[in-house]
Every structure is written in C-alpha cells, then in structure tokens.
Design a protein around this ligand. Structure first.
Ligand code: ATP
Ligand code: MG
Length: 647
C-alpha cells in the first residue's frame, strides 16, 4: 500500500476551540509534553488518579505481544467507579438520569448505584459466582445493566455483555466460547413502541444441553409473559430484596480479567477480546476527561451507544463512572415516538457533552434538520463521534445543526481491541479539521506504514499501527492466543496492526481511510472507500453511501457504489438520473479513475448490529457470490432488497 493516495479530501476548513474552553487548554496541552518526555511516567501519573489498595511499583512489563500494566498493584474497579465518589462526599451526585422509551424516568445517585451494586454483588456470590467466573449479560439499556457489570467487577467475575438484539444462536455461541455460568437478562424491553422480549431468547439459547449455565437472573421490565424454569431462573428483585446490603470489596491484581467482549463482526467472525482491570480503567477515565473536556461537577454527559458494545463499556460504564460523571441513559430507539426524541432529551436534562456514531448522525441528516429545531440544544458544548469514518459533510452538519456552529466535534478513533480512544483531538486544545481523527492522544504512539512496515511520509497513505503498548490494550483473544498473535502481531512484529487504512496529511495528522480489506485497486491505483463515500455524501441528493471494489476484467477491480437518496430527491429523480449524476459527480470531484462502474440506488445498507456498514457483504453481492458470515447482520431483509435491485 505504498502508492500515494492522492485524492483524499481537499479539506481546508479549520476550527479552533471556542473561547469558553480555553481555560482548560493549558493543562491539557501540557499533557502532550509530559507524555513525550516520559511516556511511562505519564501513564503512571494517570494511573495514580485511581484509588489503589496496593500501589504498583512497576509500570509496564512488555514481552511482545503480551503486556502487563501496573501489575504488582491491586485495586477494585467497582470501588473506583462508585464507593470512592461516595466517600469523597459526592453520594448525592446523580450518576444516571435514565429514561425509558414509554417516558418513565429514574434518577440514581452515586449512593444509590453503590447500594445497588453492593447488594447485587451479594446476589452473584449467593448464586455461586466466584472471582474469575464468567457472567453473560444480555440486557438492554437499563440501569441494571450498568449495575450488573459493576457487580461482576466488584467480585472479580468476568462479564461478557451480549447485545440485546442478538439471536439465540449468537447468544449461545458467546456463552459457550466464554464458558459463562450465569446469564443476567430481562423479561423484555421497550423498543419502537412495543415490548421486545429477551428472556425467550435466553431460554432458546439454553435449550440444548452442553452449556455450563446454572442460573438465569431476570430483571423485570417489560412485564411480558415469560416461561420460567424453576431452580434455574431467579427474579432480580426477589434476590435483591433477600440480599445483604453490605458488601466488603476485595482488591484484585491490576491484571485481573475484567471483561470479554466480542467485536462487531464487520470483517468476519467476531473475536472475544479480553480486557483487564487497572490499565483499562486508567485509559478510559483519562480519555473521557481530556478528549471531551469533561467536568464531573457540572457536565451532563450522554453517550448513545448500546451497553452491549465497547463504547457502552468504556464510555458509559467505566470511564465516565471512574470520573464521577452525571449521565443520561435512554432505552429504546431515537425515532420513538417521533424523531424529536433525542433533542427533547438533550433539552430536558441540559446535556452538555453528546457522544454518538456517524450512522446515527447520517440518519438524523436523512430525516432532516426540522426535527431538531423545536428543542433548545444550547446546553451542548462538546460533541463526539465514534465507530466509522465521519465524512466532512456529516461532521459539518453535526457541528452546525446540533452544535449550533460553535461546539468542537471530536472524531475519536479506537476499537474493541484498543479499549479506549487512541486518536482524537482534545476539545480544549485541538484545532479541528472536519473528517480527520487528528492526532494520537498523549501517551499513545501511532504510525502509518507501508506493506513492508516502513513509515510513510506526510501526505501519504498506508496501514495504521500502534507502535508502543498502551494501558487499555487487549491482552489476548479469549481462548485463542494464536489467533491473537496472527491477527494483530504477525504482520509487523512488536507493532500492533489495527487493520485500518489511514493517511497522514501534510501536518502529519491522521485521516482514516476504511478497513484495509476494503481498499480497492483500480488499474493499479489504490482507492479508499472512505474517500469515494465522502464524495458521494457531499452531493446534495445523497444521504448515505457505501463503496466496494468488485472484480473487473479490464481494471482488476471496479468501483461499485450503493447509495441511499435523501427523501425529497428519491421522490424527484428517476433511478437512472440519479446514477448518472452521481457517477459524474465522483469523476469530477476525485478523478475519472474513481468514477463508479455502477451506482445502485438502494433503500438501505447492510449493517452490523452496532450500525457499521458491512462492505464485505456488498462485495459478495456485487460479485454474485454467496454471502459470508451474516450472523451480525442487523436486518436480513436489507440484502434481499439490494439483491433484487442488482438483477
Ligand atoms: P470486527 O473486528 O469483528 O470486524 P469491528 O472492527 O467493526 O468488528 P469494532 O471494534 O466495534 O468492531 O470497531 C472498530 C473499527 O471501527 C475500527 O477498526 C475502524 O475500522 C472503525 N472505526 C471506529 N472509530 C472510527 C473513527 N473515528 N474513524 C474511522 N473508523 C473508525
Ligand atoms: Mg475490528
């Protein structure tokens, strides 16, 4: 991938931090300097912000590809997220402002959450769960999901959260792979105006013997009828009422396993990523504080990710709660009962920091700005995005329409594997470029290299690598250390291969180009999906676009685009007109080489359940192949709709 990627984003807009944030900038800017001087010393200082039972004496023990951070220290992760805030006099601070889809509301303070987690820790112990045992959490966006994760952490059990939309076989696969002995679930949750049952999925998943699950703990939420297996199934509220309120937390070694989480499965079979305790907590808390300029005393933070994905782990539960943040949590979907819902929530709670995904932003764009206008969004002061490259058009829309033209938009690059944000500006310091993830955070070493591992120069593109171990890095793939070595470390030795393509601009700042597997080779030219998609989305008629390279007799690969039109254009233009306009538009913007061979106007795109476009399925469709692993596909009917379009 040494060829220059020439055409990317001639983006010249620049946005300095607003005046209001300038106060924080000196401290934040000093972090870069401190980390450059003494990287390990810098991380040790960040780790000392946590409450340790036994202080560590060694920062890093690195035997590639295995790292141990702060390994001779001990602490309790849940105590760091809860008890210590209460002990510091912040027990009355709100931890969660939860809103159910039907409009019911709950407010839980740090004292409330601490009490809940202590009881739940006793419940788990009474059900036979011991330190090191695995607990599957199959819960939607309920405060109990946060409590469940922290109760596991409190007793040293390893949680594996499974997204609530997964099928019985997906759930069973994860239960078996992790060797879980307890499942925590709910009768049902509200979604799109109805109760969506979850317990039946657990029943189905456990129907065939051969698993190690002895109990299912059931939170009552949907109040829907469910089957009950006596002896195995336990109501959460009954067990909690019977449990002791006091719980003495034990300290665990810094490297004690915290959770296993399966990746989204965008590129293939999901990997069971193992994270451990102190390093993970250090980096999630640090990045949450500095990337978003978060002030626990005054901010109201809302991260819209589902608790079942890594963003929910790192930026709802661990980072924010280690920082003692007040946050909003919302059950259900954004368009229920109307598309005004997210904006009403922001107004109601005075949300100041909002963190969401490009897919959500593009959906808001597709629906139109009119829905945002009846709510007062002026409380917002910092916005964030994660999950996919955000094209400059969507970035600008987010800043202008949601952020009132003044808020910084933090594009944060990271992965399930990295555990925490790796590349992003800092809200109070960085002059932002729409579409760029900017620079590694302080204490993180990143490079862009060619196939041979040679760093590329500024202005060039290649493969993204992390060149030094970092505190919140994955420790292995659960039960498959060989796959861990092969996937991330075989290619470049002791440098971590992220699997993403990137470009350094003339200032050395980083632009993500999409997954390495998705880079196209057209007549010997390397083209990135992100680049062409950006160009398509920059056209006024386009709401969302996905681009793949399909094999082509003359050019090797040809660009094939799948486009969703904005509603009013879909009504106005014929399919043929749209295709012609968009092919011409890309050729004019990027060059003839990038002109799509075909543009398919489609009603929807295949996405993972975490909302990422599955380009590999589009490639299969474009080349007329059978589809690869579709277990993480959110909606099977989408591929059928596209297939009928291709004929
Ligand atoms: P799998 O590894 O199973 O294919 P996945 O990579 O989709 O699944 P995640 O760990 O949830 O699973 O996603 C991480 C990936 O998301 C990154 O490798 C990158 O491709 C993409 N990504 C995340 N944030 C950004 C961002 N800010 N800009 C560009 N891409 C991003
Ligand atoms: Mg991945």
């Amino acid at each position: 991938m040494s060829d220059r990627i020439d055409h990317l984003l001639n983006e010249t807009r620049r946005f300095a931090p607003p005046e209001a944030l300038a106060g924080a900038s000196a401290t934040s800017a000093a972090l870069y300097e401190r980390a450059r001087e003494d990287r390990l010393g810098f991380w040790a200082e960040q780790a000392r912000e946590l409450q340790w039972a036994t202080p560590f004496t060694e920062v890093l023990d690195w035997e590639p590809p295995h790292a141990r951070w702060f390994h001779d220290g001990t602490l309790n992760v849940a105590v760091n997220c809860l008890d210590r805030h209460v002990e510091a006099g912040h027990g009355d601070r709100v931890a969660l402002r939860w809103e159910g889809e039907p409009g019911d509301r709950r407010t839980l303070t740090y004292a409330d959450m601490t009490a809940e987690v202590k009881r739940l820790a006793n419940v788990l112990t009474s059900l036979g769960v011991r330190a090191g045992d695995r607990v599957a959490i199959y819960l939607p966006m309920l405060p109990e999901a946060v409590a469940a994760m922290l109760a596991c952490a409190r007793i040293g059990a390893v949680h594996t959260a499974v997204f609530g939309g997964f099928s019985p076989s997906n759930l069973r696969g994860r239960i078996d792979d992790a060797g879980a002995t307890l499942v925590i679930t709910t009768d049902g949750a509200w979604r799109k105006g109805k109760v969506f049952p979850l317990k039946p999925t657990v029943d189905e998943a456990l129907r065939e013997p051969g698993h190690g699950v002895t109990n299912v703990l059931v939170v009552r939420r949907g109040e829907n009828e469910i089957e009950w297996t006596p002896g195995r199934d336990v109501w959460y509220h009954d067990a909690m009422a019977a449990a002791d309120a006091e719980h003495e937390a034990e300290a665990f070694p810094a490297e004690h396993p915290l959770f296993i989480l399966y990746t989204s499965g965008t590129t293939g079979k999901p990997k069971g990523i193992l994270h451990t305790s102190a390093g993970y907590l250090t980096q999630t808390a640090f990045t949450h504080r500095h990337v978003f300029d978060l002030k626990p005393e005054s901010d109201v933070y809302w991260c819209t990710a589902d608790i079942g994905w890594v963003t929910g782990h790192s930026y709802i539960v661990y980072g924010p709660m280690a920082n003692g943040t007040t946050q909003v949590m919302h059950e259900g979907t954004f368009d229920t009962p109307t598309p005004e819902r997210p904006w009403q929530i922001i107004e109601r709670y005075g949300v100041t920091v909002f963190y969401t995904a490009p897919t959500a932003i593009r959906t808001f764009m597709k629906l139109g700005r009119q829905h945002t206008q009846s709510s007062d969004l002026s409380s917002l002061r910092v916005l964030g995005t994660v999950g996919e490259p955000i094209n400059p058009e969507a970035w600008m829309w987010y800043r202008e329409v949601i952020g009132g033209g003044t808020t910084p938009v933090m594009d944060t690059w990271w992965q399930t594997e990295t555990g925490a944000i790796m590349i992003s500006g800092l809200a109070s310091v960085t002059t932002l470029k729409p579409g760029s993830a900017q620079v590694p955070i302080p204490g993180i070493d990143i490079d862009v290299v060619d196939e041979q591992g040679e760093p590329v120069g500024d202005g060039d593109g290649g493969l993204l690598v992390v060149t030094s171990p970092w505190p919140s890095m994955l420790r292995t793939i659960w039960g498959d250390d060989d796959r861990y070595r092969e996937t991330y470390w075989q290619k470049f030795g002791d440098r971590y291969f992220a699997g993403d393509g990137a470009r350094k601009d003339d200032d050395g700042e980083i632009w993500l180009l999409g997954r390495v597997d998705d880079v196209m080779n057209v007549s010997g030219h390397r083209l990135s999906t992100a680049e062409i998609e950006s160009s398509l989305v920059a056209h006024e008629s386009t709401a969302e676009a996905a681009v793949v390279g399909a094999s082509d007799e003359t050019t090797g690969q040809a660009v094939v685009a799948f486009v969703i039109l904005k509603q009013r254009f879909a009504d106005e233009l014929t399919v043929e007109e749209s295709e012609a306009v968009l092919r011409k538009h890309v050729a004019a913007e990027i060059g003839a080489i990038a002109r799509p061979r075909q543009v398919f106007i489609v009603p929807d795109l295949p996405k993972t359940r975490s909302g990422k476009i599955m380009r590999r399925l589009l490639r299969d469709l474009a080349e007329g192949r059978d589809l690869g692993d579709t277990t993480t596909l959110a909606d099977q009917t989408v591929v059928d709709a596209i297939r009928s379009q291709l004929r």
